[in-house]
Design a protein around this ligand. Structure first.
Ligand code: ADP
Length: 165
């Protein structure tokens, strides 16, 4: 078991794809910190606090208490590697969708390794049903009035409706 890992991302908003990766990572990680990157440029659809609240609420809606007790959701700013070191995480969890994610994730992991060699990045694959889900598509489809019920939790669905009301 990996003692403590961080799953970093923007989570704008959290999707069923993210939740699938979180559930899978709980098989190999004892304590998982979901690190939500603060947005200093204000370019996200949901602000820092909204992204955090939606992540917490979505997890409460979709995973057991046993799992939830091993998870912490926190906002962070600055370099991921500094934050990981600060909280004592030995591992970074990232999700891989299609081949399209590979190049970016490969470079990011390489840069992070240059910054701190002691922290490993591990990759997990979402289940078939979730592989194609991406926050940016959820935002776009919701903005255009499409139905995103299959991709997000009920609380995120409601939050998207409110944003676009
Ligand atoms: P970022 O802005 O850092 O890409 P995201 O919130 O979009 O953050 O995603 C965080 C992590 O979750 C990334 O590693 C991303 O590849 C992964 N991820 C997102 N959606 C899925 C999915 N449907 N299947 C697998 N991994 C996913």
């Amino acid at each position: 078991m990996i003692k403590k890992a961080i799953y970093p991302g923007t989570f704008d908003p959290i999707t069923l794809g993210h939740i699938d990766i979180i559930k899978r990572s709980m098989h190999v990680v004892d304590k998982l910190v979901i690190g939500i990157a603060r947005d200093n440029m204000k370019s996200t659809l949901f602000d820092d606090d909204e992204r955090k609240a939606l992540t917490v609420a979505s997890l409460q809606e979709s995973i057991t208490n046993d799992l939830y007790n091993r998870i912490e959701v926190s906002l962070f700013d600055g370099l991921l590697m500094n934050y990981a070191h600060e909280i004592g995480a030995t591992t970074v969890v990232r999700g891989l969708r299609a081949v399209s994610d590979f190049e970016y994730e490969f470079q990011l992991a390489a840069v992070n390794r240059q910054i701190n060699e002691d922290i490993e990045t591990v990759f997990l694959m979402a289940g078939d049903k979730y592989q194609f889900i991406a926050s940016r598509f959820v935002r776009e489809v919701a903005r255009l009035g499409g139905d995103v019920q299959k991709f997000v939790t009920p609380c995120v669905l409601e939050a998207l409706h409110k944003k676009h009301a």
